[in-house]
Design a protein around this ligand. Sequence first.
Ligand SMILES: [Fe+2]
Length: 514
Amino acid sequence: RLIIWTRVTPREPGFVTVEWEVASDDGFADIVASGVGNTDEAVDFTLKADVTGLAAGTTYFYRFRVGDVLSTTARTRTAPSGATASAAFAVVSCSNYPAGYFNVYREVAAQPVDAVLHLGDYIYEYAPGGYASANAEALGRVVQPASELFSLADYRGRYAQYRTDPDLQAAHGAHPFIVVWDDHEIANDAWREGAENHDPATEGEYSERRAAAIQAWYEWLPVRPPASEQEIIYRRLPYGDLVDLIMLDTRVIGRDRQFVYPDFVSGGRIDIDATRAASNAADRTLLGAEQLAWLETQLIDSSARWQVLGQQVLMARYLLPAPILEALEPSISGGDALAAGTAAVLAAVAAKNKIPEERTVEEQALLDSAVPYNLDAWDGYAFERDRVLEVARQMNSRLVALAGDTHNAWASQLVASTGEVVGVELATASVSSPGLEAVLGVDAAGLFSPLIATLVDDLVYANLIDRGYLVTRFGQDTVTAEWRYVSTIDSQDYSEKTAAFRQQVVQRGDLLLT
Ligand SMILES: [Fe+2]
């Protein structure tokens, strides 16, 4: 069973009848399912067919017809059932149209995978000239409509523009997509009742904006609408007995408002105790009570070889000595943040590289000052994260958390409060949104990539400078992660950046990243 999707460019207003066909071959000699659907303005002329009766673990081809106009042919694949030896997913996030060409989608289209997991930021809500738009005019990628997105018509117009991109079309045409939203499908740093980039005083009711954004998301993405509330996108997709793919919503349904470091600055310093107390508070929630209970049930009931979380924000602990974060916090540093940050990083790395007995009191205190790097991630909701990891520990889960959101690539151990490793986190770079190189400069970001893996206890790998994607191949006893990058997004003349390629093989037995 799967959803096929198209959108009709209408010649005139009113109702359009669309025929669809699913075949086992791309010549459509062997048509296995077909049907007719209707679409109109009410759904922005998009059409989804929920195709049933297909064989498991099988590749199909599909196309649509309106009168004598035939669509291009697309390929898709059903999930396997029963005994399953392997499954592969391409993982992408943060596809920002004005930031550059979607070369990453072009690469993803060519990968032999079962499905593409898009972990959110499929679109961005900004006006022309907004975030990451410095090259947009030169690249012919100025966003439409020519405003920030607020209304249903705005969001529809932005999806329509993204969907004209030939590289995005190629990726959709080659693989089924399994999608969840992050914040920019609505507005930056969205949470349950608002967003950083939403001012109710001048931009209207947040709930209305959110409803418009969600409606357009369902119209323009190949997602089966839920029977009940449209806000509920958390769901489980089994890939036979091998993988339980557990997709989460860490933005809309339950998230408490994010902390930001200015909340914890006192006397020009980060108040470490206050930061830890707030981010570890037991009543603080990222998933919300219902989704958390549902997730725990999934982990308890899962008998698959791997429990895979398809979700947005980094889940592992990313703690850095407070002086590094103070250097990067504009409300504290003011002056040359990069020089101060570099000095703080080098001092911390020097301390970290000594065995504990050889550290000075100051060096140990520096390392002991570690606080979360990113309060918008699970680190800002640590109690709930630790509860999920504890359930995974008790159930002896084989947990693989996939993440997007940061625009950079990461690999970390997931470690329960007991100190036991319960899984790995594999996080993808962005399709096109800028990473830390845009903040630090390419040289400093390149320098920091290995240093940050030294500094952060559970972190094994970071790439802070390249655009790319992640391929995860699950077998009975191993999961192989491959981070693949492109040479540029400023030109369609690009190549795979093989020098940055990184592979990690994780054994199911010990779950260790090496
Ligand atoms: Fe993003």
